[in-house]
Design a protein around this ligand. Structure first.
Ligand SMILES: NC(=O)c1ccc[n+]([C@@H]2O[C@H](COP(=O)([O-])OP(=O)(O)OC[C@H]3O[C@@H](n4cnc5c(N)ncnc54)[C@H](OP(=O)(O)O)[C@@H]3O)[C@@H](O)[C@H]2O)c1
Length: 305
């Protein structure tokens, strides 16, 4: 089976490349390509290039793991975010409609407004709060519009993605604990936004599983939700990174962590205050067990060590 992967240099992309199942021919792409690691260049902001890549390689699946993920910067660059997060999925979907291939579009909890106070089910309506969420929602809509009737478009929403490489909250907290632990200088971390961390390792496994399950008689729902299990605030995750960091020998001493309100830590983009994804139906469809976010975080930090 031939898979065209985008965002191969991102944190999810790297985990996907580490877990490629047997029998997969992977065409891995990143923004600029990298001949040393075999990545081909593909600019997701260039819809014509996205269409051309599908027509050239004729993959069985496009796994669209790349995205414009800078949530705050998207507020001041909405056109670029829209081109990458909305335009590329549309271009892939249109080309795949012609070639007969399938699309796995990775999406986000930020398509929801976070106001209902209970986990979001896959079929619930989108209502994003910021530019990043709006552009990811546009990507979802494009996949549904173009491939919805064919059953060849699958959207997998996830949340709070963290891995042992790349730029993410867990690694930022580890660095800050290291920098401040010895002096006892406290970190301030938001406590009133609740969601669930998701490790790139479990997320990559879910993506590959989705592709495998699609070809079984049970098939796959068109909308999947995947996160690690449990619930947490950013503050909880920051405290856990300190505790696990010490336990694993990555830190001498954690820094004290002070809980903050969102109002005390203003950022350009508004974020959902409660964006847990209801994942039980997807876990069943994928036949994958739930891993508690703290265990997944431990495995992530073990991979850093
Ligand atoms: N990170 C999260 O917390 C989170 C939460 C929910 C859902 N998601 C979704 O999960 C997926 C994977 O995200 P991630 O966490 O792995 O993000 P990431 O580490 O930021 O990776 C995204 C990759 O996309 C690439 N990219 C951006 N613009 C591009 C362009 N114009 N052309 C080609 N490549 C481009 C980036 O390259 P550059 O580094 O060169 O920009 C980066 O390598 C995305 O669909 C994201 O929306 C992420």
């Amino acid at each position: 089976m031939k898979i065209l992967l985008t965002g191969a240099a991102g944190q999810l992309g790297q985990a996907l490349r580490q877990q490629v199942p047997e029998g997969i021919e992977l065409i891995a792409t990143s923004r600029n390509g990298d001949s040393a690691t075999g990545l081909l260049p593909l600019d997701l902001g260039d819809a014509a290039a996205c269409r051309a890549a599908v027509l050239e390689h004729r993959p069985d699946w496009v796994l669209n793991g790349g995205a414009y993920t800078a949530v705050d910067r998207a507020e001041s660059e909405p056109e670029l975010a829209q081109a990458v997060n909305g335009g590329a999925p549309r271009a892939f979907a249109e080309a795949l409609a012609d070639t007969g291939g399938r699309l796995l579009q990775v999406s986000t909890d930020f398509v929801f407004n976070g106001q209902q106070g209970s986990p979001y089910r896959p079929e619930q309506s989108r209502d994003p709060l910021g530019a990043y969420g709006r552009t990811k929602a546009a990507g979802e809509e494009a996949v549904e519009q173009v491939l919805g009737d064919t059953g060849r478009g699958v959207i997998l929403r996830t949340s709070w993605v963290m891995g042992p490489v790349g730029k993410n909250f867990a690694l930022t907290m580890l660095r800050l604990h290291r920098e401040r632990g010895a002096s006892g200088q406290a970190l301030g971390v938001v406590e009133d936004q609740v969601g669930c961390p998701t490790s790139t390792a479990t997320l990559a496994a879910a993506c590959w599983r989705a592709i495998a399950v699609m070809d079984t008689p049970s098939g796959l729902p068109a909308m999947l939700h995947w996160s690690d299990a449990g619930a947490a605030s950013w503050y909880d995750v920051a405290v856990a990174v300190g505790e696990l960091g010490v336990e694993l020998g990555l830190l001498q001493q954690p820094a004290p962590v002070n809980p903050l309100t969102t109002a005390e830590y203003p950022l350009p983009a508004q974020r959902p205050s409660y964006s847990l994804l209801e994942c039980s139906a997807s876990r069943q469809a994928l036949d994958l067990p739930a891993l508690h976010w703290r265990q997944a975080l431990r495995q992530l930090l073990e991979a850093v060590a």
